[in-house]
Design a protein around this ligand. Structure first.
Ligand code: OGA
Ligand code: NI
Length: 348
């Protein structure tokens, strides 16, 4: 089999450049099935009867406390649209490497870019992950559509339609999660701010001859508020950590995976968890995932929401601007990041 050529024209092979040091390998035989991670039907009963949260809100808040992760079905985004966006993203990664190379960049400020994740290990150096990533903004479309690929030809149009639908879904999810914290439904959205940073990331994981030796994406927490992740059906790869054990998130037909990210953990003063997750590679089939992110902008000040603080629940994090958060994030580049910890207050 001819290996996949990355945009930087490197063939993806099990050379030392892509092989993890032994202690960092995924240990796939120890990964558990994720039977317990909730699959939540957004059509569930959602009327507040004045006696506390609706059944839907209760399910969501329980998932946010226990896992920081859940899947949703009956979310209102048409199946055909999800399929179309997965097709155009896959076609992008199947373009000749020279064509994808025009987007290559390591510059954080670059809006539309192709890059590869890596980790640096002491005594070994840089190991590149078994994947390629394409990222760009998803809103407001008029500002950046002209920078998006014209090949595949439907990319721009399909993406714009997908972004509109996911925008509606984000509003709904942020409001359900706010209510889950016992807050007004617009609270989280207001805290994340007027002009959120809306980015998307498509990750392509070519077939790997030995998934025990590589990683698709290293373990990490997403940075923003929440992530709406779409994965191709029938190919596993995403895993989340719960009580120190890795669990596989099997793709459920017509579902999105919702990951809680760092800012939600901080805003909720630690009540809701940002989920640590990773992607492993697959021996039989290539895999594609598409994450839609919803971040504060650099000027937004984030800290535990005052209504969630009292004598029993002192603030766990200090206030910071999202710019500070991102500076800390970039400082930890290539390492096993633990950005939130840098903003923790000492326990009293
Ligand atoms: C991400 C991510 C996981 C996946 O893009 O942040 O975690 O399943 N992706 O590919
Ligand atoms: Ni992620």
């Amino acid at each position: 089999m001819t290996p996949y050529q990355l945009a930087n024209n490197t063939p993806l092979t099990l050379s030392p450049k892509f092989t993890l040091p032994e202690a960092e390998r995924p240990n796939l035989s120890e990964v558990l099935p994720s039977d317990s991670i909730p699959i939540i039907d957004l059509n569930d009963h959602d009327i507040d009867d004045g006696q506390g949260p609706s059944p839907l809100v209760s399910k969501i808040s329980q998932a946010c406390e226990e896992y920081g992760c859940f899947q949703i079905i009956n979310h209102g985004v048409p199946k055909e649209l999800c399929q179309k966006v997965l097709v155009v993203a896959t076609e992008f990664f199947q373009l000749p490497p020279e064509e994808r190379a025009q987007y290559l960049s390591k510059d954080h400020r670059k809006q539309v870019k192709v890059f590869n994740y890596y980790r640096k290990y002491e005594g070994i150096g840089k190991v590149t992950m078994w994947s390629e990533t394409f990222s760009h903004p998803w809103h407001p479309t008029e500002d950046f559509t002209h920078l998006l690929p014209t090949n595949p030809p439907q990319y721009r149009e399909v993406f714009a339609e997908y972004a509109r639908a996911i925008g509606v879904l984000f509003d709904r999810l942020l409001s359900l999660i706010s209510r889950g914290l016992g807050l007004d439904e617009d609270c989280l959205k207001r805290r994340i701010g007027e002009k959120p940073g809306l980015n998307t990331q498509a990750n392509y994981y070519p077939v790997c001859p030995d998934p025990e030796l590589t990683m698709g994406l290293p373990d990490h927490n997403d940075l923003g508020s929440i992530t709406v992740l779409l994965q191709v059906e029938g190919v596993t790869g995403l895993q989340v950590i719960k009580d120190g054990k890795w669990l596989t998130i099997d793709p459920v037909p017509d579902a999105f995976v919702i990951n809680l990210a760092d800012q939600t953990q901080v805003l909720s003063n630690g009540k809701f968890k940002s989920v640590r997750h990773r992607a492993v590679t697959n021996k039989l089939l290539p895999r594609l995932s598409l994450g839609m992110f919803y971040n504060p902008n650099y000027d937004t000040v984030i800290g535990p929401i005052e209504d969630l603080i009292d004598e029993e629940h002192p603030p766990k994090y200090r206030k910071y601007s999202f710019k500070e958060y991102m500076e800390e994030f970039y400082r930890q580049e290539g390492k096993r990041r633990s950005v939130k910890e840098a903003f923790e207050l000492p326990r009293t």
